[in-house]
Design a protein around this ligand. Sequence first.
Ligand SMILES: COc1cc([C@H]2SCC(=O)N2c2cccnc2)c(CCCN2CCN(C)CC2)cc1O
Length: 390
Amino acid sequence: AKKHKFWETQPVGQFKDVGDTSLPEGPIEPPTPLSEVKQEPYNLPSPYEWTTCDMDSEETCNEVYNLLKNNYVEDDENMFRFNYSKEFLRWALRPPGYYKSWHIGVRAKTSKKLVAFITGVPARIRVRDEVVKMAEINFLCVHKKLRSKRLAPVMIKEVTRRVHLENIWQAAYTAGVVLPTPITTCQYWHRSLNPKKLIDVGFSRLGPRMTMSRTIKLYKLPDQPATPGFRKMELRDVPAVTRLLRNYLSQFVVSPDFDENDVEHWLLPTEDVVDSYLVESPKTHDITDFCSFYTLPSSILGNQNYSILKAAYSYYNVSTKTPLLQLMNDALIVAKKKDFDVFNALDVMHNESFLKELKFGPGDGQLHYYLYNYRIQNALRTSELGLVLL
Ligand SMILES: COc1cc([C@H]2SCC(=O)N2c2cccnc2)c(CCCN2CCN(C)CC2)cc1O
């Protein structure tokens, strides 16, 4: 198998251990006494130094935004690159109980330029019946000009060290590449909202025997949601949405353990960051269903007519009365109304039940989910995963 020099030294499920039922589910290594956690940062190659990125600072937030805008994840054909907005980054990195020290940058000592970034945010993740305090690790980015200098392993060790200093011993993360060892592997699906633009920029191709006008008609959506009582979520809905979401997520093997503070942060609508809607029964005023999606535009690399693709990503959805198919169609309708070009979803939770029927098409590449220092006996089905990372 491919040599994973770094990951074979880490407390993660190793490929050689897959199927070994003698290894118990749960933490792989016990916590270290805090006095034994390395107190000083790991050594970087001499031209570089650590920096903590204060996302409250307009200037630093700008530096992080530009580093990611120019150097973060691209599609496999290098036609698009994620373009996380500054307000999205502030939202993603400052949830309840966050640690500034987990927003880690690397600067060139001479120019002081930000050349790499990695982050963690605290989260309570339930794995089967255990609620575990974890760090969600994200936004690992090394400037294109500094690739294969082995910076990523030392950045991962440094964020791990800072997480350990807060007495947290597990983490969750995703990657587009296979590392030891995925707890599940998901597929991206895309639903065209603006097929003409998607075809113009090369995201989609005109189907065989299809004309452009036939394609536009195929993806046309009503002007208004179909479900009576479908409305934007408001602050007063937090308690009811928390109850609804906790109940729904309890069916999955791995899912966030959201409380009202978490729901207020992660799911209350924030302009150009996250949108959430619910169904309030017109008769009983009960809140019976919920859907949400986050805003993550992509830069279009090398197209004369367009520079940005507006993408909505399915986040957390709960259906108890309204069929999930109808609820998600209403999500597509409001996303189209808000001028999104495409609506993305992973085949997690119950998403498989609506993807094909709502005209989603499979995307390129997969998303692998990982837990750090926590063994899961057997890989999960994607329908057993109730966790969406940004
Ligand atoms: C072009 O098709 C996809 C593009 C993307 C992403 S990658 C950056 C970007 O801007 N994307 C995008 C563009 C427009 C609309 N939504 C997303 C994805 C998601 C990530 C796919 N990972 C990227 C990294 N490898 C190693 C594995 C696959 C899926 C697509 O099927």
